[in-house]
Design a protein around this ligand. Structure first.
Ligand code: PTJ
Length: 248
């Protein structure tokens, strides 16, 4: 057995396998060491949520799929954690919704950008934006503001998993429809989102892709009904209640 092999009999084998994917991401220069700390925080919330997709998150995932399908220019933003944990899921979701993929990093270096773009291409991505950095998001300091003009600035709907609060707020201020995946319903990112998905990224991205494939031929009216039926405040409250009480 090598370092990363986890026996399936281990009661926490799934969680350990996910951790190992992040460790491998750090070794390949994809994930920042800060990403390990961020993941630990996420794990704690997931534990309290019962390590499952709660009902309100499932509704958010369907609403996210409907938004991405209705969008003119949807963009999926990818950081070092997302690239290590769900590269195939991101590529599948991009294909299902005709979305662009943009690497957008909090701890930005050219080396990490290149390693992540390469990793996504190895998993089937055709085009990866984020390397040109020929535009800036207003309201943020220099490094975190860097984006591709053809990506996030031109998007009408953006999916920003595990985003930092400042950037989530800056995107919301630009009037984008913002879909955030974050296990902490109290984080500024989740609070700023039009569609806060309080679920583990490892479950959330394949679930949104599955909804998108199922809804692919649906008339716009049906997609609009799904969007209108989703209540972000209630979803955030439901997640917080489950974390505090275990109910739901
Ligand atoms: O790759 P980079 O340089 O862009 O950096 C990425 C991280 C995640 C390190 C950076 O954005 C960061 O420091 O994020 P924060 O401010 O720690 O926020 C991360 C949020 O994601 C926290 O609210 C966590 O609860 C949440 N989170 C962590 N792991 C998961 C998660 N949410 C969903 N699924 C997870 N697996």
């Amino acid at each position: 057995m090598t370092d990363g092999d986890v026996p399936e009999s281990h009661p926490r084998s799934e969680s350990l396998a996910v951790r190992h994917r992040l460790e491998a991401g750090v070794e390949r220069g994809i994930t920042h060491t800060q990403g390990l700390l961020a993941h630990g925080r996420g794990e704690a919330f997931d534990y309290l949520l019962g390590e499952r997709t709660i009902e309100s998150a499932a509704r958010a995932e369907r609403s996210a799929a409907a938004h991405l399908l209705l969008a003119d220019r949807p963009v999926l933003s990818v950081n070092g954690n997302v690239a290590a944990l769900v590269p195939e899921g991101i590529v599948e979701l991009a294909a299902a919704t005709d979305a662009a993929i943009e690497v957008n990093l909090f701890n930005r270096t050219d080396e990490r950008l290149a390693a992540i773009a390469e990793h996504l291409r190895e998993h089937g991505a055709h085009e990866v934006l984020g390397l040109d950095a020929d535009a800036r998001l207003p309201g943020l300091d220099h490094e975190r503001a860097k984006v591709d003009a053809a990506g996030i600035p031109a998007a009408d709907v953006v999916l920003v998993p595990l985003e930092d609060g400042d950037r989530a707020e800056a995107l919301a201020a630009l009037g984008k429809v913002e879909i955030v995946v974050d296990l902490n319903p109290l984080s500024r990112s989740a609070q700023a989102a039009d569609v806060p998905v309080v679920d583990d990224i490892v479950r959330a991205i394949p679930a949104v892709a599955e909804h998108a494939r199922e809804l692919a031929g649906a008339p716009n009216g049906e997609l609009e009904r799904i969007i209108a039926a989703f209540d972000r405040e209630r979803a955030l409250e439901a997640a917080e209640r489950t974390i505090r009480t275990g109910d739901g």
